[in-house]
Every structure is written in structure tokens, then in C-alpha cells.
Design a protein around this ligand. Sequence first.
Ligand code: SDX
Length: 428
Amino acid sequence: MDETAILHVDGQSFELPIVTGTEGERAVDISSLRASTGLITLDDGYGNTGSCASQITFIDGESGILRYRGVPIEDLAARSSFIETAELLIFGELPDPEERDVFRQLLTENSALHRDMRKHFDGFPADAHPMAILSAMINALQAYDLPEIHITDNIGFRRAAAALLAKTRTIAAASYKSHIGQPIAYPRYDLPYAENFLHMMFSVPYRDYEPTPEVAHALNMFLVLHADHEQNCSTSTVRMVASGGANLFASVSAGVNALWGPRHGGANMAVLDMLEHIHRDDIPVSRYIDQAKDRSSSVRLMGFGHRVYRSFDPRAQILKEAAHRLLESMHIKDPLLDIAQQVEESALADDYFRERKLYPNVDFYSGIILRAIGIPTDMFTVMFAIGRTPGWIAHWKEVHDNAGQKIHRPRQLYVGEPLTQWLPPAQR
Ligand code: SDX
């Protein structure tokens, strides 16, 4: 006997089926609600609303669990490469060595940008924000990578996924080179993904940049940890745009824009700004914490809190340890890391944060790592976007492959003016 929920309204009772997920999470299926009762639900911010059933990522916010296709994030962060994790998310399983080589070859063949696309970089002002460039250039790819736009089979999808992963990295590095007035560095075909990005960012015509193993590992881990996070704001945006039938590139470009805000992927930049502000102005951490607790102030503890995690964000724990290891290996003493630790310790000892279950999230320590690698703060959210691209691609595919997929079209409760007549200007 399937479980049901009973809704009593207007003297009638309505049965609504309860559906259960792989890990025992349960949901009331309300897809028949309006037809049978005339009612809709209202859930500002969708905190109680499942938009879909998905096979890609599982999060248990109460227990701090995160798994990509069932594989714990701790295993992937410690042992997997970013591209292997991308294949796991996109194609549903860890690749065997042959699949790995085929996909790596596709990435290599699709890393370069069309010659005419490079002209766009000349058109952007030197101080253009890298997120604006990334979003614009992913959209512009549609004008040049036509075979990847009209995906008709899995071979075409595999090529398009590789092209997007490879070119997102190329665009990000090229926007940095344009910004600092250096020639754009071409991808090297003998380097893994993270190392190739660092090469394209920091090599110059007269000297190739060779990252230390620790730097390469830290960037690889950063990308793995950002690769997917189920129905977050930007991924839900990609799914919504995909539900209308938009192509992969248009949908992911929408995801880039959704990620930008300081409440979402823009938080990693905001965390660094916050730590630098505390350091530069020598603000006692306790005073900053008090400001963040004060509802009348606009100050919030950036990198703290989460829509889903009501205990620690497993990614924050891993990034904190990685930040310490990386700085130690580079013999860097970054005062901002010390300040971050003081902020974390003070907040976690404070009832305001404990009562509201506010813990460090993925953005709290990630910027310390990027800063140590030499990536400028205004590129931090671009780095988040590069990391999240496999997740966006996987979710676009899940929508695209769902034959019964409906276009996303939420309802609303209208609370505006009742029927109102138009009046000529003289009578208004
Ligand atoms: C990401 O969704 C995902 O999965 C996202 C992400 C991913 O991988 O895709 O994990 C990446 O976006 C991480 C979050 C990055 N953002 C930040 O670090 C910005 C700072 N955090 C806050 O803006 C906030 O915590 C949110 C937006 C992240 C979550 O907001 P919620 O869950 O809607 O919390 P809320 O606004 O309902 O706040 C609940 C209470 C409020 O106080 P009271 O009304 O109870 O008095 O907690 C307070 C809030 O004022 N609060 C904070 C706070 N976050 C919440 N107070 C101070 N500092 C904060 N950071």
C-alpha cells in the first residue's frame, strides 16, 4: 500500500501520494493538487518544494552529506581528477581508462576558440568583469560552434560537453590575459585540465608556468568540490532554461549569470573582501561578528549559512584543510587565513549562529586557496563557474533526456490591484 497524505479543505478530504527517494527522503506529490482542489501551494524561495526527481547529486543537509552519483565528496576530493568527476556527473558513472582517454582527446580537440572569437576580447574594456565576459563568450560560442548547438545523439552530446568544459576554461584564462595586457596563451595538449588552466593563466611567451604538485592538486580539488550541488540557484536556472528547449550553451550561460550574485557564487569574492576589510581596518573580529548579528545592519558573515546545510558544509571542512596544506607547502603566512579561523571560531561559539545553524559554507575558505595560487579576486566566481560547469551540463542532459519533461512554469498568488479601469490622463 503506497503512503498518502490527506488534505482536508472545504469539508472534503483529498489523498496525495507520498513518494520516497533513494536515501529515504519523502515528498508529497502535489502534481494533481490544483486539478482536484483548485488550490496551489505557496513556498517563497522553494525551501520546501522539490522541482524534480534527479539522479545526479544527493545532499543530506542535516548530516552534512554530499555525493555525486552516490560517490562521497570526500573520496572524490581526495582521489579523483576534475575531468573524471565531470564524466561521473555527466555520464552517470566513473569512466574506464579507455573512456577516460577518449574524453580527454575530445577536450584537447575542442579547447581552442574560433579565430574570430578572439576579436571579442579586444572589444571588452580592460576593466570588464570576468563574469560578464564569461557569460557573453559562452553565449557567443553558439554563433561559432554550431554542430555542438544542434545535438542529435549521444556522440554529439559528448562532443558538446567536452567543448563547453574545455572552452569555458580557455575563455576564463583568455579574459585574464586580456585584462592584464598579455598575449592569450594556447592550451597545451599534454597537460591535465587544472594544470592546463594554470598554464593558460600564468605562462608567458618567454617562460612556461610550471605549477607545484601542491598547487595543481589544490586547484583540482577546488574544481571537484564545486562540480555540482543539486538544485542550487544557478543549476535550477539551467534546468528552467533547458525545460524551454534551449540549447546547452544558452542554458549554461544563464547559469553563469545566476551564479554571480553575492548570496550564491559571488560569495567567494565577498568573503575575501570581508577578510581584507577586517585586516586592513584592523577591526576586532568580535566587533565584526556583532555587526553581522545586527539585523539593522546590512553586514552579513559572508561564506556563512546555507539554504540546505543545517550543519557543516562538508566542502568547507575539506577546503579549510586544503588551504592550510597549500599555504604551508608554499611557505605563505596569509593573515587572512588566521582571520578566517578567528571568525569561524567566534561565530561557532556564538548562540546567534548556533541557533540559526549557520556554519561555514563552500565559499568561506575557497578564496584563500585561489588567492595563494595567484588568481585575482574578481576571477573567484569565474573559478566557481568553471567548477560547476559539469553539474550544469549533467542537469541540462537530465532535462533534455526526459521525454515527459514539462516546461517550468510556476504559479503565483496575485496580491495586486483588483479590476481597475483605464482613465484618460486628464482624469488621473
Ligand atoms: C552557495 O544552494 C546551494 O547549494 C548554493 C551553493 C552551491 O554549491 O551551489 O552551496 C553555493 O551559494 C553557498 C552560499 C554562499 N552565500 C553566502 O555565503 C552569503 C552569506 N549567506 C547568507 O546570505 C545566507 O546564509 C544564504 C543566502 C546562504 C542562505 O540564506 P537562508 O537560508 O535563506 O537564510 P535566511 O536568509 O532565512 O536567514 C535565516 C536567519 C536570518 O536571521 P533571523 O531572521 O532568523 O533573525 O539567519 C540569518 C538571517 O539574518 N543569517 C545570517 C547569515 N545567513 C543567514 N546572519 C548573518 N550572516 C549570515 N551569513
